[in-house]
Design a protein around this ligand. Structure first.
Ligand code: SF4
Length: 616
């Protein structure tokens, strides 16, 4: 399932019985279908010829528009017809079909040597291609005087609709699977209008745009394709076939050298363990870095302006690695009221924070109503700030206290406008370890189950690991494999974040007095990039180990440098107290050979900083 708004009416059908949604970009859908990781998908039109052997269409369902679509846009500093060979265009990695469409449109009226080239970074580009939700919300619109809807240009050029994707199923799927999919999509014939109405409100809230705009957008495309759409599809594929070889040559200019790297086979348990234990660190880093370049060829390293206040330090869970929690009678125990918390967040927002990562102890007096009150208070104090709250262990604790299901808790938060969750409390996803370090916390199965439930509802979440205490190498590998398994089913993890156990002041320091060597951090990040082949982002943090280890992690497969952290309390209680500035983070990223870029909590790029530090 493509997570963009254009699929909202199909998502509103609910997942057909016996299936699970896996949220993937159009490009990832192609890989997943080819690998047999999914049985059906809305396949980008440009991939149809290459996949006609393994897949077949499911009826006449897809996404088509006759003219303006609103979510495949080229923003440009020059008029489209004035773009020339000296100009460069920054492309999206999410959809090859949109890039192919752009190429075909650029070719018109230009000789091959007059075509603008792809640009590996936005900072060197005259124009940028935006698709999906980024385009729909007008991301980058303010920075470029010209904006072109590629479906409009295609319609003006050919007189035909543009078909962006078709629902397909693997040919080797059992007949009853194909029949169930057809019956599921067949509901669109009679219910499409109602599904648009049903889903538009939620989607509009999620993207922060007016409901009317969302309704107009969803009504501006057809999900049940007509004869004219199929003629448009045939026209697009015919034109694409004629120019495909030239297109491939042109496309490779975006990332010189990366196209030749052969796709690796998926790492299995034994090989992952061998790499963790035995691979020379330099080789492991190089291999992970190559995998990172295949997924993110542009050379950007992102960071986010965030703050991590904790609404309470009172906690009944008593993890032995934790120096932060207090019992309710401790002199320094606290529970913030919603206005107190909102005031702290406001202070951070005034210093530039765009995201609040909100977590707290599992305190018996905290109910679901309290969590909702915190969210509402922050929203009222800081409209527009992204709230990224409540790890699975907090969701589990509240669900048990309220005798609700975790799904009901998550739905309540979703309805409050919360659409992302932090992946805290994972520690090591092996129950032997959890019994030793966090016996009162939810089990590994429960942590994963809550994540899977959240992904099924549409949440995007991070996944974490805290290592360097009582775990074995095999349990580190097990942790990564379990995350990969869930991601195969849901696609809902946005990134992987690891940190080492900090012994200071914690009960566990009596048996594990020293933190793990930073080299293990780098090794684990590299291994994560290789094992977690279905994760977009791997984070290397300046904060959790050190500036040096964090910088090395950027050469070991990571593409994200974490948060600026206006406020952090949990690791501070172990004596691990570090601060930084945006300028320092940019300096560290550049020193590692990358281009710094600020992102939001959905990993969408907000600003790219060129070599002189100016914003592009
Ligand atoms: S890590 Fe979290 S759940 Fe565990 S004791 Fe500390 S505050 Fe409580």
């Amino acid at each position: 399932m493509i997570p963009y708004a254009n699929m909202a009416p199909v998502r509103a059908l609910g997942c057909p019985e016996g299936f699970a949604f896996l949220y993937l970009t159009p490009r990832q859908s192609v890989d997943a279908l080819l690998a047999g990781r999914v049985v059906a998908a809305a396949l980008p039109t440009g991939a149809l010829p290459a996949l006609q052997d393994p897949v077949e269409p499911v009826g006449h369902y897809g996404v088509a528009a006759s003219g303006k679509v609103g979510s495949v846009l080229l923003y440009s500093r020059k008029p489209f017809e004035a773009l020339e060979a000296t100009d460069r265009i920054h492309l999206t990695e999410q959809s090859a079909t949109s890039v192919l469409l752009l190429y075909l449109l650029l070719r018109e009226g230009r000789k091959p040597d007059q075509l603008p080239s792809p640009a590996p970074t936005r900072s060197t580009a005259t124009a940028i291609l935006r698709i999906g939700d980024d385009a729909l919300v007008g991301r980058d619109a303010a920075d470029y005087p010209f904006c072109y809807d590629l479906a409009t240009l295609w319609h003006e050029s050919t007189g035909k609709p543009m078909v962006f994707c078709r629902w397909v199923v693997r040919r080797d799927a059992p007949p009853e699977v194909k029949a169930r999919l057809l019956a599921w999509l067949g509901q669109l014939d009679a219910r499409d209008d109602a599904l648009v109405e049903q889903s538009a409100g939620n989607e509009a809230r999620r993207l922060g745009i007016p409901r009317q705009k969302m309704v107009a957008y969803l009504r501006g495309m057809r999900r049940v394709l007509q004869a004219d759409d199929l003629a448009g599809q045939a026209c697009f594929l015919k034109t694409a076939t004629v120019h495909f070889a030239a297109y491939q040559t042109w496309r490779k200019q975006a990332a010189p050298g990366t196209g030749a790297v052969p796709a690796p086979l998926r790492l299995d348990r034994a090989e992952a363990l061998r790499l963790l234990r035995e691979a020379p660190l330099g080789e492991l880093m190089a291999r992970a870095h190559a995998a990172r370049l295949r997924r993110h060829p542009g050379g950007l390293v992102t960071f986010v302006m965030d703050t991590n206040p904790n609404y309470t330090n009172i906690c009944a869970t008593g993890c032995t690695f934790c120096a932060f929690h207090r019992d309710g009678h401790a002199a320094d125990a606290y529970t913030l009221t919603p206005p107190e918390l909102a005031a702290r967040v406001r202070l951070a927002a005034d210093q530039g924070a765009t995201t609040v990562l909100l977590q707290g102890g599992t305190h018996g007096g905290i109910s679901l109503a309290h969590l909702v009150a915190y969210v509402r208070a922050i929203k009222a104090a800081c409209p527009g700030l992204h709230i990224h709250p409540f790890s699975p262990s907090e969701i589990d604790a509240v669900a048990r206290r309220e005798t609700m299901t975790a799904e009901a808790v998550l739905r309540t938060l979703w309805d409050e406008g919360i659409h992302t969750m932090p992946g805290g409390g994972a520690e090591i996803l092996a129950d032997r370890v959890r019994r030793m370090v966090s016996p009162a916390k939810c089990s590994a199965d429960r942590w994963l189950e809550i994540m899977e439930t959240a992904h099924g509802l549409g949440f995007r979440t991070t996944a974490t690991m805290m290592y360097g205490h009582v775990e074995t190498d095999a349990e580190i590998v097990e942790h990564l494999l379990r995350l990969r398994e869930v991601q195969d089913r849901t696609g809902g993890f946005s990134s992987f974040i690891a940190w080492s156990f900090k012994p200071g002041n914690s009960p566990l320091s009596r048996t594990v007095p020293h933190a793990a060597h930073p080299a293990l951090y780098v090794r684990i990040l590299a291994l994560a990039r290789l094992v977690l082949d279905n994760f977009e982002h791997i984070q290397s943090s300046w904060f959790s180990e050190s500036e040096n280890a964090g910088s090395l992690g950027l050469l070991a497969g990571a593409d994200d440098f974490g948060g600026i952290l206006v406020e952090e309390n949990v690791l501070k209680t172990t004596g691990h107290d570090r601060q930084t500035t945006v300028a320092r983070v940019k300096e560290l990223i550049r020193a590692s050979g990358f281009v710094p870029a600020r992102r939001d909590s959905d990993y969408r790029i907000v600003e790219v900083y060129d070599a002189k530090g100016s914003v592009s």
